[in-house]
Design a protein around this ligand. Structure first.
Ligand code: ASP
Length: 335
């Protein structure tokens, strides 16, 4: 485990001040603070940077990186990045090919937020491959934040998005197999989850985030999770940092997960500490933690990254000028 001091040192080498003004008490030197930091990238992190949830984050980061390395905005980067995952028919938890609800409908949730606190979201959107881009249109072309269901679809079609059959043969087959038992036990495990949440800090020092998912597999028709809810699945405050969540959306909504992570950073926690406390909050608010997997990522204004989860298995993809890698999040419980 790296000490806070070591972490600061690598940050300085990489040219980014990893110690934010609030990350140790005013009367402490960084050496005295010496707070353990669990997040350990293999190399120093430099700005710009993009981080995202799970293995699919690697490919998504690649696309986001083409924007960031050309000096583009964090907002363009996160939209471009998560579109890759949305359009991947092999990925059964986001966009095209997402596992359907219990009635066989693929319904998608997404949101996006920029450095001015502008945000847009769509919930329970059907037939559109890239809900994140519809969410961006909601943000930029309407006075609203969230459109849902048929209204969101009408809006998307009006904006020129094309209708697509999102239920691929692979997902249809999985759903048909599930139908044989039809056991209504929506839960998060390695087969049926994996929202992509992505946070980026651009060359200008601005933050943005995106979050997109097909939600829990075989959920009740009409169920909406945390991913399109600003403050739950995603939150960005350019003065402080950004956070996103993956896992059981109901738990994240109950605890205002991503907003809490950002607020904790505002009050002096490092991104890692903030994620840990948000996970502790999830644990303390739920008596039954069976399958209650939730993971958070946080990125602060200075490029510090944190991640933490309730159960083992959560990982994040990170990319900056020097390298790209997957990092395993620390966790509280074994399955
Ligand atoms: N958070 C998503 C939801 O509850 C699912 C996930 O991240 O796996 O819809």
């Amino acid at each position: 485990m790296k000490s806070r001091r070591e972490f600061i040192k690598i940050g300085t080498v990489g040219g980014v001040a990893l110690l934010s003004a609030n990350s140790c008490a005013a009367d402490q030197t960084p050496e005295e603070a010496n707070v353990p930091v669990d997040f350990e990238p293999s190399q120093p992190i430099t700005k710009p940077i993009v981080v995202s949830t799970w293995n699919h984050g690697l490919d998504a980061n690649k696309a986001a990186w083409t924007v960031l390395e050309a000096g583009g905005t964090a907002l363009d980067a996160v939209e471009k990045g998560v579109r890759v995952t949305e359009s991947d028919p092999e990925n059964t938890s986001v966009g095209l090919g997402g596992l359907p609800d219990r009635d066989g409908n693929v319904t998608l949730d997404a949101c996006i937020m920029d450095h001015h606190s502008n945000c847009g979201a769509v919930a329970y959107l059907q037939h559109i491959e890239n809900p994140i881009s519809v969410a961006r249109k909601v943000m930029e072309d309407t006075p609203h934040v969230l459109l849902a269901g048929d209204g969101a679809l009408e809006f998307a079609l009006d904006k020129g998005f094309k209708k697509t059959n999102l239920l691929t043969a692979k997902s249809k087959e999985a759903w048909e197999n599930w139908l044989k038992e039809s056991e209504y036990q929506p839960q998060i495990n390695s087969e049926n989850h994996d929202t992509i949440g992505m946070l980026a800090l651009d060359e200008e020092g601005n933050l943005a985030g995106a979050c997109t998912t097909s939600g829990m597999a075989y959920k009740l028709h009409g169920r909406v999770g945390d991913s399109p809810i600003i403050g739950a699945g995603l939150f960005v405050d350019n003065e402080v940092g950004a956070a996103c969540a993956t896992g059981v959306g109901e738990a994240v909504i109950r605890t205002a997960g991503s907003a809490i992570v950002v607020e904790l950073m505002r009050h002096g926690k490092t991104p890692q500490e903030a994620c840990e406390e948000a996970v502790a909050r999830i644990i303390s608010k739920h008596k039954d933690l069976t399958n209650m997997q939730v993971g958070f990522i946080a990125l602060d204004k200075n490029g510090n990254v944190g991640c933490h989860s309730v159960y083992a298995g959560f990982n994040i993809a990170l990319r900056d000028k020097n390298h790209e890698e997957m990092v395993d999040a620390k966790y509280e419980k074994e399955w």
